[in-house]
Design a binder for this molecule. Structure first.
Ligand code: UDP
Ligand code: MG
Length: 319
């Protein structure tokens, strides 16, 4: 099997408006390296013309490969599939919407040549995203950093370069609810950053609605910290200590004073607060339990319905 120097992994989900432009930008940047490369598009169950457009590009360009999922499995899974199929000595993951400027890949490659194994792109600024998205993302990265022992760099997405050996280690991690950027940190090796300004989307809308953002952040938290579970214990101890002190106060009042307490509303308030706490922590346990269940089921991470490339006999076997 012929080897390639660079694999560019591009997860795509309903990106018909941008995919052609993305292809040309990626191609012109990768041609500048003067070395061999492949463009691995992972179609995460798009319902528009994305796949057809990629196949049309692939007709004329053997560096294009399309990995077709049988349905939408999510961005993180699409990236994982791309890494599984990548053959290059270095693997670069990039979004399809040109928010990650392809030109930065050259900078990443330069760092890789210096001997770094992971080069991640750190966002110094984010353009064209809502105030809400920027604030919640920034808060999430900071909270996660405090909650975990693993050093996950702040303000980085999945735009990064991985050396072959890092990619091979990533393939050995079987977990289902994946937070890829955390896993890359977990794997270790020599890592460094290049900074960039995150552009606006070239066209179309974000494919990350609030629901998917919440899922990603919960995966990040639960995969890399068990502190939320411990918080329940700590809260329990504090609340019962307070309750005990209050009991003493009540007893002293009963024995030594004549204060009578009407106290209905305070009882109801406390009742609601504590039931709320209990439900909340049951929810936390549920989040972990659900993920444990996902692991136990041992289902494959994704299902590939077809792989398209001009030279399909060169493709590695399905996982
Ligand atoms: N994406 C995907 N599957 C999904 C959602 C998104 O493969 O279920 C891809 C999408 O096509 C894009 C990348 O993941 O290439 C990042 O998505 P998007 O740009 O919509 O996210 P945002 O930049 O708004 O966070
Ligand atoms: Mg985007």
């Amino acid at each position: 099997m012929q080897n390639v120097r660079y694999s560019v992994v591009i997860p795509v989900y309903n990106e018909e408006e941008v995919i052609r432009e993305t292809y040309w930008r990626l191609k012109s940047v990768m041609d500048q390296t003067g070395e061999s490369y492949e463009l691995l598009f992972v179609n995460d169950g798009s319902r528009d013309q994305t796949a057809e457009l990629i196949v049309a590009m692939g007709e004329k360009d053997p560096s294009v490969t399309l990995i077709q999922f049988s349905r939408n499995f999510g961005h993180q899974v699409a990236i994982t599939a791309g890494m599984d199929y990548a053959r290059g000595d270095a693997v670069i993951v990039i979004d399809a919407d040109l928010q990650d400027p392809p030109e930065l890949m050259l900078g990443m490659i330069a760092k890789w040549r210096e001997g770094y194994d992971v080069v991640y792109a750190k966002r110094s600024e984010r353009k064209g995203e809502t105030w809400f998205k920027r604030q919640t993302a920034s808060a999430f990265y900071r909270i996660l950093k405090r909650m975990t022992e693993i050093d996950i760099p702040l303000d980085t997405g999945d735009f990064r370069l991985l050396d072959r050996k890092v990619c091979d280690e990533m393939k050995l991690l079987p977990e289902k609810n994946r937070y890829v950027r955390g896993l890359v940190s977990w794997v270790g090796f020599r890592q460094t950053a290049v900074e960039y300004v995150r552009d606006e989307r070239f066209a179309g809308e974000s494919k990350y609605p609030l629901k998917k953002m919440l899922k990603l952040s919960m995966d990040g938290m639960t995969s890399f910290s068990s502190k939320p579970l411990k918080a329940a214990g700590i809260a329990g101890v504090l609340i019962s200590a307070a309750g005990f002190v209050y009991l003493l106060v009540v007893l002293i009042e009963k024995w030594f004073t004549r204060v009578t307490v009407p106290g209905w509303s305070s009882l109801i308030a406390l009742q609601i607060i504590f039931s709320g706490c209990i439900l909340m922590f049951l929810g936390v346990i549920g989040e972990y339990l659900g993920r444990i269940y996902d692991e136990v089921k041992q289902r494959p991470l994704y299902i590939v319905s077809s792989v398209y490339t001009k030279k399909s006999e060169d493709q590695p076997a399905l996982r």
